[in-house]
Design a protein. Structure first.
Length: 171
């Protein structure tokens, strides 16, 4: 069952900041315009909650970015960067995003997932089985093909990079 996108729909937006950040950096040497991404996700619907999943480093240089997200009305979920012996670093929010999506799903009609991470395929299938509309916003070239097929609607940020990217750097 594919649910319709309609005015007034109650939505939650879950932004996998690391996924979008690394895609923009690797594909375009640019930063993401999260204000424009949030506006795209919401449209003329009712935003119930928006979450951005971020990683905090020891230097704290990202503090201003976190504050900017909060000013946009996006709640931040913060996790410390894990550093392992040998220099390996890890900072992902897959489980946290999944738990929040399941937790908020009874309160909304639609979940908008701003991520191209294929690890969310089972989450998307679960939410759709619960009768939820699931949309995805991400960079097409760095997104899971299976995830794009599974969602009710995929919006490719690469279709309008002028709008969704900031500071495109020359090589």
């Amino acid at each position: 069952m594919v649910t319709a996108k309609h005015k007034g729909q109650r939505i939650a937006v879950l932004i996998d900041v690391q996924n979008l950040y690394h895609s923009a950096k690797n594909l375009y040497r640019a930063r993401v315009n999260f204000r424009a991404v949030l506006k795209l996700a919401v449209g003329d619907r009712n935003l119930i909650r928006a979450f951005a999943y971020v990683i905090k480093t020891k230097t704290g240089e990202e503090k201003a970015f976190f504050e900017a997200l909060i000013k946009l009305g996006i709640e931040t979920r913060v996790k410390e960067l894990q550093e392992f012996y040998g220099g390996f670093k890890k900072g992902d929010w897959d489980v946290g995003i999944t738990i929040d999506a399941i937790r908020i799903s009874p309160s909304v009609d639609t979940i908008v997932l701003a991520s191209g991470d294929g690890d969310f395929l089972q989450l998307v299938e679960y939410l759709k089985n619960q009768g939820k509309r699931v949309e995805m916003i991400a960079f097409g070239r760095s997104s899971s093909a299976k995830l794009k097929e599974a969602v009710d609607e995929f919006t490719d940020l690469e279709k309008n990079t002028r709008k969704y990217l900031l500071k495109i750097l020359k090589k």
